[in-house]
Design a protein around this ligand. Structure first.
Ligand code: C2E
Ligand code: CA
Ligand code: CA
Length: 293
């Protein structure tokens, strides 16, 4: 039994490396697969257990007024043994095991409840950005679930924005277009995440009902020192505005970034310069202490 499993592991590794390869089983490979299996089991448990999946929030700032205009919901996994796990280390597991829909719904529900808490502080123009994975787009219950959750918590759909990546838009064009249209009909807005890093054609900007482009942090990072990144960022902003879209810069880390993006007329700023993603309680404290004009 072990022999077969080890051979399978080696085959899997060889496939991962590309075609026509062979691999000799090593115990390190086995450890990797065992760890993945354990994580899979733990994640199945986590999505069912209250408190393990926690949504953190990173503030979004209006470039001109410097007021808080919203936040992005970023999921974290509080693993009972391994501590805090970041999304890049478990979203792919959720996607490959069929857990993504349940996990995604959990994230949507927590984020919408958070809007309610902020509204109760007397601030009703707060907009929450929620990431959607390609896997959630394949599920016909996505839009009804969102509609129901908004209704259940009495939240205006205009307070929610969904962030999708260019990879979603590519995989199944007709389905993507239909779901985006349904979401827009509901009254939520749509942003393209990591804009400029994917391989979508500019024609999709015309075909899809998009409201916002998020300039990927890889362009923002060197915006001060690298002429090319600066030109790319400026081009995205100018193009977005010509098409009637707004722009968000992510990965804003320094005052220089802020100044430059302000000169470029980028609408919204997000990054460590203002705050990392923080848990619900910390975000509410941050929000209360912030000097909104
Ligand atoms: P993303 O949507 O592009 O999110 C931005 C990532 O950049 C976040 O990492 C955020 O913490 C980080 N970041 C924010 N400001 C700065 C900055 O100033 N400098 C730098 N270097 N990084 C910054 P995080 O939270 O680890 O999330 C990683 C990715 O995981 C996200 O990338 C997103 O694709 C995915 N993800 C996160 N939450 C969710 C979720 O709820 N659902 C889905 N489907 N994916 C999620
Ligand atoms: Ca995002
Ligand atoms: Ca991004």
């Amino acid at each position: 039994m072990t022999l077969i499993r080890n051979a399978d592991t080696a085959m899997y590794e060889a496939k991962n490396d590309g075609r026509n390869k062979y691999k000799i089983y090593s115990s390190a490979m086995g450890n990797f697969v065992d760890k993945q299996l354990t994580l899979e089991q733990d994640l199945t448990e986590a999505v069912k257990t209250k408190g393990q999946i926690q949504v953190y929030y990173q503030v979004k700032i209006d470039t001109q007024s410097k007021n808080i205009i919203g936040a992005e919901a970023l999921v974290r996994w509080k693993h009972p043994k391994n501590g805090l796990i970041f999304p890049d280390d478990f979203i792919y597991i959720a996607e490959s095991t069929g857990l993504m829909v349940e996990l995604g719904n959990n994230i949507i529900e927590q984020s919408i409840l958070m809007i309610k808490e902020i509204n109760e502080l007397g601030f009703s123009s707060f907009k929450m950005a929620i990431n959607l994975s390609a896997r959630q787009f394949e599920e016909s219950t996505l839009v009804p679930f969102i509609a129901l959750t908004l209704q259940k918590h009495d939240i205006d759909p205009s307070q929610v924005e969904f962030e999708i990546t260019e990879s979603i838009s590519m995989s199944n064009l007709e389905n993507t277009l239909r779901i985006l249209t349904e979401l827009k009909t509901l009254g939520v807005s749509i942003a393209i995440d990591d804009f400029g890093t994917g391989h979508s054609s500019l024609a999709y900007l015309k075909r899809f009902p998009i409201d916002t482009l998020k300039i990927d942090k890889s362009f923002v990072m060197d915006i001060v020192s690298d002429e090319e990144d600066r030109v790319i960022a400026q081009t995205i902003i100018t193009m977005a505005h010509s098409l009637g879209l707004t722009t968000v810069a992510e990965g804003v880390e320094t005052q220089e970034h802020v100044n430059m993006l302000q000169n470029m007329e980028c609408d919204t700023l997000q990054g460590y310069f203002y705050s990392k993603a923080i848990d619900k309680e910390a975000f509410i404290e941050f929000f209360k202490a912030y000097d909104n004009k």
